[in-house]
Design a protein around this ligand. Structure first.
Ligand code: PLP
Length: 127
């Protein structure tokens, strides 16, 4: 659908389960890691823009342990550069940030129904 392949870059966080970056390497693209927020341990939106290059084809923020990324800030940067966002919500069922549920803003979102997955309370990340 997005035509991502060898020579392309996809931005995500290293602080995740291997699946987040494995989906990128399975397309032969290169994962580019943005460091995590010191308080929330999910993608630090203030470090995202500097990781974008002409090769960037997608951004995969990971809402880890129910701790949401600042998805609105990430979407603003992604939209400015015309880059699609795919939300990894495997560990963020029912998490929300500023009233927006995980998985509502990207062009696609993935959830995991593996039985051991954590289910987060609403509004786990304080704005
Ligand atoms: C952050 C994250 N993304 C993706 C996955 C993959 O989920 P599944 O194994 O259900 O495809 C997991 C599973 O642990 C995960 O923790």
């Amino acid at each position: 659908m997005l035509g991502i392949g060898a020579g392309d870059e996809v931005i995500t966080s290293a602080n995740s389960w291997i699946s987040s970056s494995e989906t990128i390497t399975q397309t032969m693209a290169t994962p580019v890691f943005v460091d995590v927020h010191p308080q929330y341990y999910s993608m630090d939106e203030s470090k995202l823009e500097q990781a974008i290059t002409p090769k960037t084809k997608a951004i995969i923020p990971v809402h880890l342990h129910g701790q949401m990324c600042d998805i609105e800030a990430i979407m603003r940067i992604a939209d400015k550069h015309g880059i699609p966002v795919i939300e990894d919500c495997a560990q963020s069922h029912f998490s929300a940030f500023k009233g927006v549920l995980a998985g509502k803003r990207g062009i696609a979102a993935s959830f995991s129904f593996y039985p051991g997955k954590n289910l987060a309370p609403m509004e786990m990340r304080v704005a």
